[in-house]
Design a protein around this ligand. Structure first.
Ligand SMILES: [Zn+2]
Ligand SMILES: [Zn+2]
Length: 71
């Protein structure tokens, strides 16, 4: 199933929001709570709208992020 896309140009746009998201999530992985190796994951839920909004971005550590994309 597709629905996740954090590659390419999207990352450039996310970079602007990255700091904002990390701060919002208190610099912790939303999945396991670690504060190490944090990345910002972009997830698209049901709609295609608001793909750049904060609601579609989540703080995940590298390990949890990789797990999400392997599904
Ligand atoms: Zn994690
Ligand atoms: Zn991702």
């Amino acid at each position: 199933m597709r629905g996740y896309d954090c590659d390419g140009e999207l990352l450039l746009r996310i970079r602007q929001l990255r700091q904002q998201i990390l701060r919002r999530d208190n610099w912790r992985c939303e999945s396991c709570g670690t504060m190490l190796n944090l990345e910002v994951h972009h997830s698209e839920f049901r709609s295609h709208s608001g793909s750049d909004s904060e609601e579609n971005l989540a703080t995940l550590c590298a390990a949890c992020h990789a797990r999400v994309h392997r599904r």
